[in-house]
Every structure is written in structure tokens, then in C-alpha cells.
Design a protein around this ligand. Sequence first.
Ligand code: SF4
Ligand code: SF4
Length: 56
Amino acid sequence: MMTYKISEECFACGACLPECPTEAIAEGPIYVIHPAKCIDCGACAAVCPVDAPKPE
Ligand code: SF4
Ligand code: SF4
């Protein structure tokens, strides 16, 4: 399955975290998506101000 991955553009604003239905996103200096938990819904990308989560 395709998953989303957060790029280096992430500035750790936290906006995506509560939007993820599967709690796939972990906090950090750059937020990280756990590929096994991501269901490719795009909710994180929709709220990210810098479009850091990208499908891959
Ligand atoms: S695409 Fe959906 S499931 Fe995957 S990390 Fe983003 S919000 Fe979570
Ligand atoms: S919304 Fe975008 S910039 Fe903010 S923490 Fe998530 S990926 Fe990073």
C-alpha cells in the first residue's frame, strides 16, 4: 500500500497530529509517519501549511 511520508519542509507545527485517524504520526523535530499505520487518507496533507506530507 502507498503511504504518506513527511518531508524536511516539516517545521513541527503539530497541525497534522490530531487529524490522523490511525494515530500514524509521531512528534519530533520533523514529524514522522509510521508506514504500517498509514492508510493513505491524505488528512495530514490537507491541513499541513507547507505541504510536507507527500504520497510515495
Ligand atoms: S495519510 Fe492519513 S493515515 Fe496516513 S499519516 Fe496522513 S492522516 Fe494519517
Ligand atoms: S502539519 Fe506539516 S509542518 Fe505541521 S507537523 Fe505536520 S507535517 Fe509538519
